[in-house]
Structure formats: C-alpha cells, structure tokens
Write a new protein. Structure first.
Length: 227
C-alpha cells in the first residue's frame, strides 16, 4: 500500500515540478527561464502545461518522463525503506530526479536544487532518532564522497564540475547513513553506469562531454535499494 501511495505521490509531484525543470534548464551564465523559451510568452509555472499556450512549443521535459521516473524512484524506495529513512530518501530524490533532467538537458547541476538537497538530508537524518553515531557517519560520508569528486575536479576540470562536487554531498550523506560499504557501493555504481554509457560514445567519437549527475543519482538509488 505504501509503495502505491508513494508512486502516485511521485507522479503528482512530477507534474508540479515540471516548471522547476523548465526554469532551471538554462546554460551556465544565463538568467533562469521565466517564460516560453521559444516565444517568450508567459506560462503558468504550476502545473506547467505541456505546450505553450501562445506558440504551442513543448515546455519542460518530455511528457511523462519526469512523472514516471519520480513515481518509480519513490515507489522503489518505499518497497525497501520505512519511517524517517524513507522520508529522508523520498524528499531527497524528489529534488534529485528533476536535477538529473536539468543536467541531461544543459549539463548543469544548479545550486537551487543541490544545496537544498544537502540541507534537507542533514536535517531529516538529524531528527531520525537512531542515535548520533549514524548521523555523524552520514556527515562524514558526504564529506568523503565530496572529497573524491573534488580530487576529480582538480585532476580533470573539463570532465567534472563543481555541480558534481555539490551533488556528492547529499548523496554521500544519505549513503553514509547506512555504512561505509553502502557509500562505496553507491559511488562505484555511479561510475560504473557512467562508464557503461560513456565508453561506447568515446569509442565512436560521439560527443565530448557527459552529464554525470544522472549516473551519480541512479547509482545512489540502486545502492539504497540494496542496503
């Protein structure tokens, strides 16, 4: 029953968050999108219509992609988690799924989603009521994963950016809550998924950049399901 409720909630939240993806899916240095990107006409942000009422251009993500992905993410978490752990993971991935779609669109992980995701994760885990040990390990897990990505940013700034570093903080925090093996598993799965997708493109010489955020998020989600 909880799985169905969370899945339905995810689909509804996906409809409401379409406007967030439209607003934030702009290249670095540009102002947030406030209207139709094709004609500039005003649009209702919540719920965002699938097409502009003025020029009929499609607005936001492909219809049902955000809704379906968020329903799957929350439903899957509800099948394996409960209580405050479920509340924390569900709240986190409600922000991370739209973030992944923004990254796929413009190769950017904007602060209005990454920073609240970190603060929300810390706050919910702090009141989970299972002792300070798990919370401190979660805090250290976020710093550890972020430290790994900081090293990658310094080594290859064209391959990793500050957005990936900031995203590592909430992901490492929620994974660290369950222990260091889960943190390692989530980080490894992110790199594995990215490699499985990116290596064929590299061999075929198609594209030079890869939106890595979605793979980081998917790896963390899979690790939470298996934890």
């Amino acid at each position: 029953m909880v799985v169905v409720v969370l899945a339905v909630a995810g689909a509804v939240l996906g409809v409401l968050l379409r406007g967030v993806v439209l607003r934030l899916a702009v290249p670095e240095g540009e102002a947030w999108q406030r209207g139709c990107p094709s004609c500039g006409g005003p649009v209702r942000p919540v719920p965002l219509p699938y097409r502009c009422p003025h020029c009929r251009a499609r607005l936001g993500p492909v219809p049902l992609v955000l809704e379906g992905t968020l329903a799957l993410a929350l439903g899957g978490l509800a099948a394996e988690r409960s209580g405050w752990e479920l509340a924390t993971a569900a709240a986190l991935f409600t922000l991370l799924v739209p973030l992944a779609l923004v990254d796929l669109r413009v190769h950017r992980l904007p602060d209005p989603l990454t920073l609240p995701a970190y603060a929300l994760t810390l706050g919910l885990l702090a009141i989970a009521g299972t002792g300070w040990g798990s919370w401190v390990r979660a805090l250290l897990g976020g710093l550890a994963l972020a430290g790994c990505y900081l090293l990658l940013v310094l080594i290859s700034p064209e391959g990793m950016g500050p957005g990936d570093l900031k995203l590592a903080l909430p992901l490492g925090t929620v994974l660290g809550w369950y222990g260091w093996p889960v943190l390692f598993q989530g980080g490894f799965l992110g790199f594995l998924l990215g490699a499985l997708y990116g290596l064929p493109l590299l061999l075929l010489r198609r594209g030079r950049t890869l939106a890595f955020g979605p793979f980081m998020i998917a790896g963390a989600w899979l690790a939470l399901l298996a934890a």
